[in-house]
Every structure is written in structure tokens, then in C-alpha cells.
Design a protein around this ligand. Structure first.
Ligand code: ADQ
Length: 463
């Protein structure tokens, strides 16, 4: 079997991952790589002063981790700038939060070129290369320019925006053209794939066959839908080990027979935490009978805290949490517990297991692994209920969740009440239906399906 080369901006290490608070990409890619091993290349998360980056190589089990540092200006323009102040908000349909600067684009191209330069010495003829996410879109073009002939695939972990929004990006044609240099482009949902096709058709005048083969500007590219999964079969064991944690034990004791509602997210505006707090407030306002009988715990560690929009969000969330508790708390009851920190992965999974409602209401999300993990962590004899935003990619698969529109906070409040009071047989029915999906399409299926299609590349006339 060909060796798999994975490139993503952030590279997880197994020990770091178990400490939690990693993004979904790291969680998913690590689980996928653990199966067949390979080489994982990316940024080591450090800012360095030297002009030539130090390359770190480390082998853990069957994975070679190769990482490089970024200089401060690279970090500012590439990571904080073009990636997280331009592409991320745009791809999550928040052009109002875009902060476009020409030098961000230059920095973005510069770091992509740097990654290519540092990766090249590690590449072998029979490798298969899989690039991940919006930070690294230009890499295939640059690798091809450097003479690399291996199959190169790309997976987008975020949504892909409709053309009307994409056009707000001054470089949108360049970005689309860069995507054409891959052999295979993977998306989480049909909607993302369709929006990409529309952009290619109307912005670059490309042709798209019914099987998803694009012909455009001299390129042939295949696209496909590969909804990312989780390590479904391993989750019950992780839950059991998480139950030994002091956090789990303490919370279980404190809750007594109160029902727990849980939200777990990186602190990001796309996750809809503010709207979620408003919906919870509506619930408390209209359902006095639930007072003292429920507790909502929102876990949201700071993410990208040095990007302006994130700093503002943190303040807004602090205030909103204070407002809910200021209005409804009593000496023996705190209705909302907002924890601005991460937990170990198995602890989070045990907390899902303890919860009666998984409260997952992003305003926009590529997939949302928390939704899937919450379901897989439930006990099938008395499962909790997933309240899930229709704006998450996961809603296309988890159709037996209680699906809500996160912008309609009054309706979300009603759905929460329904979830809290849902009879056991209905909870079991919904849970079983979702588990069928999670078992069939787990993280291994995701990796196998993408890799098989990438290796096949039957459409390529020349390698
Ligand atoms: P994220 O935006 O990071 O991922 P998500 O898919 O929910 O979002 O994954 C987050 C992961 O981190 C989950 O595994 C979760 O359990 C874990 N996590 C989050 N907060 C945590 C905390 N406080 N402590 C411990 N663990 C925590 C991006 C895209 C998503 C897409 C994934 C994978 O934005 O849409 O689903 O990549 O493709």
C-alpha cells in the first residue's frame, strides 16, 4: 500500500490530543492515520525568530510527525490574517467579519510555498498526498510546479460558501483555480459540493459531469462527498475511562437528580454560543417548572484569541452568561455553567454520557464532531437527546436528532423543552437510528473512501 502523506496546518500529537481542546481536524485525522500510519506534516504551533525554520521529526507508533515553526510575520499574515480573518469567516458565511488585506494573501502564499519546500525532501515516488483544509489550498499547484507526480487530494473541513458570498473575496478566482490542481476534492456535504460546482461553472466557466468530474482551464478534477465520522467503536471504552476523572465524579455528585444539558465547542462565532444562551434564557423564561431541575454546562475553551473577532466574542459570551445567571440563579442553583477551558478527551465523552441533552447549535459548521460524539457516548438503555442545528453538516446524516434553526431562539427553546421531557421509547428510537449511521460511516470509512477514490483517479489521462 502507498504511504500516506497528510499535510494540515496544525499537527496533533497523540499525547497532546488526549489532553483535549484540539480542533476537529486533529481529532479526525489522527484517528484516520492511526490505522495505516504514514507521515504527517505541518506547523509545530510555535513562533520562532530564526530565518531558517528548524524541522522536527518524531516517530510515534506508526506515524512520522514532521513539523516546522512559523516566524511572527508569517503567523500574522498567513494564520491570523488570510486563513482566520478572511477565509474562515467567509466560508462560514460571515463576510461582515472578514478583514481583507493584500499582504495577508502574500503571507498565505508564502507559507504554503514554505511548507512545500520543507515537505519536498520527505516525498517518495509512490506516496499519496492528502492536504487538509482552507489554510493550504494552494499546495497542490505548488507541489505540481515542483514536479511532484503523486496523487494529491484535498479535504475541506469547513463549509464551502455559495458563489454570491465567495465573490466577496477579491482573490476568489485564484482560490478556485488553485483547487483545480488537485486530483480529488472532498467535501462534508452535498450542499458544499454543489456550491463549489456552481462557483466553477459560473465563475470560471467550467464543465461538470453528473459524476462530479470537472473540466476547467485545462484541468480535470474529481469531487466527492465524504462526511467525516468518529471512532464510534472506541467511544464506549473512552467513556468508561472518563468516568474515573474527578471532574465527572464531582459533577455527577453535584447534579443529584438534575438533568444536565451540555454544549462543547471551541469559542468561535460560527458555533452559535450566544444564540444558544438566548434560547436557554427563553426556556427558563417560559418553563418555570424546569427551574432547579436542569443545569446547562457550556464548555468553550478560547480559540484564536488573538484574532479581533474572537476577543469580542469572548466578552459577549461572558456577559450573556452573567446575564442568564444574574436573572435566574438562586443560592442553591446556578442554571448556566460556562467553563472557558478544555478537558481531556475521555472526560468530555464521559460528560456527554452524563448529559440528558446535547445542545449543538452552530450557525454554520462543516460537520460538527461534537454532535456525533455525543450520540456515540450515550448509554443505549437510557440515551440522551441531541438537539442539533440544521446549519451543521452533521444534520444531513443525523436526521433523527431534534433538528432546529439556531437563529429561531424561541423555537430552539421549545425544542429543548421537548428534548428534556422526551419519553424513553422515543429517545431510544432516535438514538438507535443515529447509531446505525455512526457505525456505518465511522472515521475509518471516511479515510478508506477518500483514499480509495484518490488512488483510483481514473479520470487522469496522464499522471
Ligand atoms: P471544529 O470546528 O474544531 O472542527 P468539531 O467538529 O466540533 O469542531 O470538533 C471539535 C473536536 O474537539 C471534537 O472532537 C470535540 O470533542 C473536541 N473538543 C472541543 N472542545 C473541547 C474541549 N473544551 N475539551 C476537549 N475537547 C474538546 C473542524 C470543522 C468542523 C468539522 C471538523 C472535522 O469546523 O465542522 O466537523 O473540523 O472535519
Amino acid at each position: 500500500m502507498s504511504r500516506l502523506i497528510v499535510v494540515s496546518n496544525r499537527v496533533a500529537r497523540p499525547d497532546a490530543l488526549s489532553k483535549g481542546a484540539q480542533g476537529g481536524l486533529a481529532v479526525g485525522v489522527l484517528a484516520a492515520m492511526a490505522e495505516n500510519g504514514g507521515l504527517w506534516f505541518g506547523w509545530n504551533g510555535r513562533i520562532e525568530n530564526r530565518s531558517t525554520s528548524e524541522v522536527r521529526e518524531e516517530r510515534r507508533k506508526n506515524i512520522d510527525f514532521v513539523t516546522v515553526g512559523l516566524r511572527q510575520n508569517e503567523y500574522n499574515n498567513f494564520y491570523r490574517g488570510y486563513a482566520n480573518s478572511v477565509l474562515w469567516p467567509l466560508f462560514h458565511q460571515r463576510p461582515d467579519l472578514m478583514n481583507y488585506r493584500h499582504h495577508y494573501r502574500m503571507g498565505y502564499l508564502g507559507v504554503n510555498r514554505k511548507y512545500v519546500d520543507y515537505l519536498l525532501p520527505y516525498l517518495k515516488k509512490d506516496d499519496v498526498i492528502w492536504i487538509h483544509d482552507y489554510q493550504l489550498i494552494p499546495m497542490a499547484r505548488m507541489l505540481r510546479e515542483a514536479g511532484v507526480k503523486s496523487p494529491i487530494g484535498f479535504f475541506l473541513h469547513t463549509p464551502f460558501p455559495p458563489l454570491d458570498l465567495l465573490r466577496a473575496l477579491p482573490d476568489h478566482r485564484e482560490v478556485l483555480n488553485e483547487m483545480l490542481h488537485y486530483d480529488l476534492l472532498g467535501f462534508h456535504t452535498l450542499t458544499d459540493e454543489r456550491d463549489f460546482h456552481e462557483s466553477i461553472r459560473y465563475s470560471l466557466n467550467g464543465d461538470i459531469s453528473p459524476s462530479g468530474l470537472i473540466e476547467c482551464q485545462g484541468h480535470q478534477v474529481k469531487t466527492g462527498v465524504y462526511p467525516i465520522g468518529i471512532e464510534t467503536a472506541d467511544i464506549p471504552n473512552l467513556v468508561q475511562s472518563g468516568k474515573l476523572s474527578k471532574e465527572y465524579q464531582q459533577l455527577k455528585k453535584e447534579l443529584s437528580d438534575r438533568k444536565l444539558l451540555i454544549g462543547v465547542d471551541r469559542l468561535d462565532y460560527s458555533k452559535g454560543i450566544f444564540h444558544r444562551f438566548q434560547a436557554y434564557e427563553q426556556l427558563l423564561k417560559h418553563h418555570g417548572e424546569l427551574h432547579r431541575n436542569i443545569v446547562y454546562m457550556q464548555v468553550a475553551p478560547t480559540s484564536r484569541g488573538d484574532v479581533q473577532a474572537y476577543g469580542q466574542l469572548a466578552q459577549q459570551i461572558d456577559q450573556a452568561a452573567g446575564h442568564v445567571n444574574g436573572t435566574y440563579a438562586d443560592f442553591d442553583w446556578t442554571p448556566l455553567r460556562y467553563l472557558n477551558r478544555g478537558f481531556r478527551r475521555n472526560t468530555v465523552l464521559a460528560l456527554y454520557n452524563l448529559s440528558h441533552v446535547g445542545f449543538v447549535t452552530p450557525l454554520r459548521d462543516g460537520m460538527n464532531l461534537v454532535a456525533k460524539e455525543f450520540v456515540a457516548a450515550q448509554d443505549g438503555e437510557d440515551p440522551g437527546v441531541l438537539v442539533l442545528s440544521k446549519m451543521a453538516g452533521a444534520a444531513a446524516e443525523l436526521t433523527s436528532a431534534v433538528i432546529v434553526n439556531p437563529y429561531d431562539t424561541e423555537a430552539v427553546a421549545s425544542s429543548l423543552a421537548e428534548a428534556i421531557q422526551m419519553p424513553l421509547d422515543e429517545r431510544i428510537d432516535r438514538w438507535q437510528q443515529m447509531m446505525v449511521v455512526l457505525q456505518r460511516n465511522d472515521i475509518h470509512a471516511w479515510q478508506h473512501n477518500f483514499r480509495a477514490d484518490l488512488i483510483a483517479r481514473p479520470h487522469k489521462l496522464t499522471p
